[in-house]
Design a protein around this ligand. Structure first.
Ligand SMILES: C[S@@+](CC[C@H](N)C(=O)[O-])C[C@H]1O[C@@H](n2cnc3c(N)ncnc32)[C@H](O)[C@@H]1O
Length: 180
């Protein structure tokens, strides 16, 4: 992941993550690679939810970060609770992406924002076919990561309004800032 992080993903994170403000929920922080990019002066609280929280993430996290470990698709938060939800490279892995998106929208305040970065199915039909063919083996060997998901379609289905976006249609990675 290091070259990808250096040449592509790090640049996207650097643009995307400083938009987080207010009460923030990050789902699937992994090793906490996003933490360095938050503008802490804009953040009231940071909660992180993962099926398995890494000790590296706990060390990297800003003080007072609230960590929740759960494998439930349902988030343990009330409706309209967060100003910002951050989701980077998680929708490819969760077992129920539609359920996770429904939860993101539920916990966002009206007007709250989703900061999202994912990889998805290429739009080129040849590469889409290749991705579909290798997806079963890929997901078995990559901790449930899928190559065939369409986060952009999912956000549209759940009524998020995209304000800024980048990546795709030709590439595999896409990011967006969208509002409920
Ligand atoms: C590929 S890593 C992405 C890590 C980090 N967000 C990044 O941008 O590099 C996927 C993360 O999603 C977490 N995850 C997988 N299924 C999840 C679920 N159902 N709910 C919350 N987190 C989940 C994994 O444990 C892991 O930390």
């Amino acid at each position: 992941m290091h070259p990808l992080e250096h040449f592509l993903l790090g640049k996207i994170r650097k643009h995307l993550i400083p938009h987080a403000y207010g009460k923030v929920l990050e789902i699937g922080p992994g090793t906490g690679v996003n933490f360095a990019y938050y503008d802490l002066s804009k953040i009231k609280s940071l909660s992180c939810l993962d099926i398995k929280l890494s000790s590296v993430a706990r060390q990297r996290a800003p003080g007072n970060t609230n960590f929740i470990e759960t494998s439930d698709t349902a988030f343990p938060f009330p409706d309209h609770h967060f100003d910002t939800v951050v989701e980077t490279l998680v929708l490819c892995t969760v077992p129920n992406p539609s359920g996770t998106m429904a939860e993101i929208v539920r916990v966002l305040k009206p007007g709250g924002q989703l900061l999202q970065l994912d990889h998805g199915l290429p739009s080129n039909p040849f590469w889409a076919l290749i991705f579909r063919l290798i997806d079963p083996i890929w997901s078995l060997t990559s901790q449930g990561c899928h190559l065939t998901r369409r986060p952009d379609t999912l956000m549209a289905e759940y009524g998020m309004t995209i304000e800024q976006s980048g990546g795709r249609p030709k590439g595999i990675f896409s990011w967006s800032i969208s509002r409920k």
